[in-house]
Design a protein around this ligand. Sequence first.
Ligand code: HEC
Length: 241
Amino acid sequence: MNLATRLFIVIGFGASVATTGLLVYTYNMTKNDTYHQLERESDSIYNFLMAARRVGQKQFLDSGIELTDKTVGFLPAHSLPRVSEEFSKNWDHRGIVIRTSSDRPRNPRNIVNNYEQLAMDWFRENDRSDNKNSKYIVRGAKKFFYARPIWVVKSCLKCHGAREDAPTTIRERYSEAYDYEIGELRGVVSISTPTEEISGSIIKSFLPRFGILFGSFLLVIFLVNQMVQKFIVHSNQNRDD
Ligand code: HEC
């Protein structure tokens, strides 16, 4: 094997290793970016939900509307889970599921799933109710799972404290989710994004970066080849003369 070929192989091998390294690094970076972006989106959805809940609750209570079987549907606790369902079904085409759930649900539809139960266990063990920013995140094989804790504060006790103190409609309509105390974990808000959606966006942002890196690799190989041909092959030829 002559010097030119050997040099080309060595440099080509070096460039391949470097490019592969860069590709792996870029892929991981793109993946992390996508997950961070997803976390920020989930933060926004959660914040919006909390704002809607707070305003809805306040407007209902301030309006003086009597809480009856007919008006209980206006309570945000009642309407927001339905808004979330409607969002997943008809408004979001990415398969995002938003839930408000509890391991001691008042409405059986709000029972925790496995992920949400783990999140509740985690918050109970590791978190305090005065921590406003805590979240529990799993980058699972099937979904990106994001959860925030719901702690009991004083205003909740009106409907989640002693059953006999609750408004008549609540007392008569619901048999569960009473006797909570301030600072207890009531449930979680969870936002799940399916993995196919995530892989799709990772690939979409990775492909252009892949193209640039691979193009640069080909260019380097081409230039190296040119140089080897020009300097080594030529100088060998000169020596032969
Ligand atoms: C005016 C009464 C009322 C108040 C005040 C109230 N809730 Fe509720 N809450 C309800 C009702 C009714 C439901 C069941 C809604 C349904 O049928 O889907 C519910 C459901 C929930 C759920 C969903 C899980 C489940 O049990 O079905 C959570 C979580 C929750 N409430 C947390 C809270 C927290 C935290 C507070 C205080 C910040 C609070 N609630 C204040 C009436 C109330």
